[in-house]
Design a protein around this ligand. Sequence first.
Ligand SMILES: Cc1cc2nc3c(=O)[nH]c(=O)nc-3n(C[C@H](O)[C@H](O)[C@H](O)COP(=O)(O)O)c2cc1C
Length: 181
Amino acid sequence: MKNAVILFGSPRKRGNTAELARAVSTALQAKGWGVRTLYLNDMNIRPCQGCYACLPGGVCKIQDDMKDVRKYIMESDLVVYATPIYWFGPSGQLKLAMDRSIAFMDENFVSRLKGKMAITLTTFGDEHIDSCQPAIDMFTKTFALLNIAYAGQVNAPGCQPQGGIGSQYIDQAKLLADSIA
Ligand SMILES: Cc1cc2nc3c(=O)[nH]c(=O)nc-3n(C[C@H](O)[C@H](O)[C@H](O)COP(=O)(O)O)c2cc1C
């Protein structure tokens, strides 16, 4: 069985980002995938301390819930980065986990994640699609360094807190998951 882990970066479990994540999760599960959603906002993930102690063995000195994030990423074929856009980037909840992903590198900066895939799901209030571009650039460069294949993205503009998300973006998320599964 193939596995996916959703790094869910929104604090709102019933918000716009959740709708995209649910569409992906449902579509993957329908094809027999195991899907685990990690609600990062509920987890204790401390900021990276920049000590590089993790590089040789892949084990961070900070003992917190990042060990679970690491375990599920290592067990997964696909990592789904799902986030609202906060100030043109990912949410702080997701950025903390991304910073801590330095532990996936070894001492020669060779990634331990080779062979995995990633997709990204973003929602944001602006009507202009380029509002998410800094985040997409960050994901693109990060996945290149982590040696994981960027298998697709859904970016949903016009997402107001109470206004909901356009159904076309939920359709796109389902299609993206179907194309991978
Ligand atoms: C702190 C904060 C920063 C935000 N920054 C942006 C932004 O830079 N660009 C934008 O278009 N929307 C921005 N938004 C709007 C959210 O990205 C948007 O409403 C999103 O769909 C919320 O996702 P959620 O429903 O999962 O919480 C921001 C919202 C908050 C709370």
